[in-house]
Ligand binder design. Sequence first.
Ligand code: G3H
Ligand code: 13P
Ligand code: ZN
Length: 311
Amino acid sequence: MALVTTKEMFKKAYKEGYAIGAFNVNNMEIIQGITEAAKEENSPLILQVSSGARKYANHTYLVKLVEAALIETGLPIALHLDHGDTFELCKSCIDGGFTSVMIDGSHHSFEDNVALTKKVVDYAHEKGVSVEGELGRLAGIEDAVNVSAEDASYTRPEQVEEFVSKTGVDSLAIAIGTSHGAYKFKPGQKPQLRFDILEEIEKRLPEFPIVLHGASSVIPEFVKMINENGGQMPNAIGIPEDMLRKASSMAVCKINIDSDLRLVMTGTIRKYFHDNPSHFDPRQYLSPARAAIKELVKHKIVNVLGSNGKA
Ligand code: G3H
Ligand code: 13P
Ligand code: ZN
């Protein structure tokens, strides 16, 4: 089976009220952990690569590792560029085998965002590749971009129809209170998402797939595992799983998860070295890290996304 685009995946997910997990990948163990989980749960998958991941691991290595996962699992997998910020980066991924790209023009004016997104859509659609656009700005850290809470802004529902019709995007990332990274809410703060905005967007864009970025739950046991084994992470609060489940049953068809993978991998490796201070074979500490990623992704598929059995 070849890599698929997100089009058919989203159509089915929308109709049946679940979401596809879009997991960030940076190396072989992460790809193996995620795809082994999806195989056991018979779930469709989006594997996404940021420009930072591409710089770290190299485009060709990542594409070939994802192709290997395809052979091993036989699952419907889309390979997606996460937070593309220029036409050239999107073009390079489209030409280099990706089946989906995000053009993130959310830091531009509405008009410039439309123009940049449309340019990417025109090129991508000619090659059969799907495109995700973004309206509204999430707080948090992604690559070199750090958006403060004051600079973040919710998506304005009254802009979505014009954005989608002028650009031709296949899906839309929106800002309803999620944010990137491990520090989404302050200790004591009650996590809240603007479901009223999501509902309004759903009304204005019937059957149109919506994307949630910054959707890690920052599972406390992983932060605890890091801190009990020499780490020094401040208390972190993420998006409650029941809110994500609710969003998945609505118009949200793609849920982005990276920070939870980072936390479980780091916690597991820290614990491994704490328990085995004399070991130095990378296979010894990367094996439990890969197994922990697999368990986490199975949990997300079954309890958060609802995509089990949908491949
Ligand atoms: O939204 C950003 C993702 O977590 C990717 O992070 O740009 O550090 O690879 P990165
Ligand atoms: P988290 O930092 O919440 O995992 O979000 C990841 C993301 O949105 C990738 O685009
Ligand atoms: Zn993101």
